[in-house]
Design a protein around this ligand. Sequence first.
Ligand code: DGL
Length: 262
Amino acid sequence: MQEEVKKGNIGVFDSGIGGVTVLKEIIKVLPNENYIYYSDSKNNPYGDKTDEEIINRCKEIVKFLIQNNCKAIVIACNTASSIAANILREKYKNIPIIAIEPAYKMVHDYSFDKETIVMATKGTIESEKFNLLYHKYDNHKTILLECVGLADLIEEGNEDKIKKYLEKNIGMYKGKVENVVLGCTHYPLIQKEIGQVLGGNVKFFNGANRLAVHLNDVLEENNLIGRIKEKGKIEFIDSSIEEKIRNKKEIRFYNFLEGEKI
Ligand code: DGL
């Protein structure tokens, strides 16, 4: 019997291009799906927006993705997940909504007794959702660092500014931490630079791979797995009104998926 072909895309969104670090892990697990990636450049950063602003943006994006034939949604932004995931799940009960979160439980599972730094946006660190996670797995050796403005610099792609920012804001932890939780999906794009500033053999924790495995399980359970024979397609959409910005982001997005530094 021929296997059923599940038509429909997987919608992935972030405030910008950071969520591509999540998408890359998803594609490794689910190569035979079609994807729509929505980058909300017009409204980034989310990290210092009010909850209401983030919730409204997320509702609009999810509505758009569903209208564009998405069968599942991935919130590839820790800030949006922390603030809007439950509200979106309540509103869109018929569609699986999978949300990234800072990989602090992974520290608990694999490196509990080590000095840890959680790097994330102000919105994530201050959210109720993250605080529940943090208090549940607190190893009492953890620094919570609100990296205000860092996602912006990564969007801009200016290496000098990124290096200066890191020296100023995490340079003082050099040699003092062993675990780094990349609690914003933009930060894996500068993992090497963070490692250079913190020195030594810091271990990085990133929840993207676990999310990908979980997404696969959820699609299986709901009988939504695609059966596309060839490799799936990826459509990139950016909300910026400026064509130059949209084009630049699109190039960086596909370059990263192809394995190039962006
Ligand atoms: N990539 C987003 C995250 O994971 C946030 C970036 C922003 O502040 O817009 O939190």
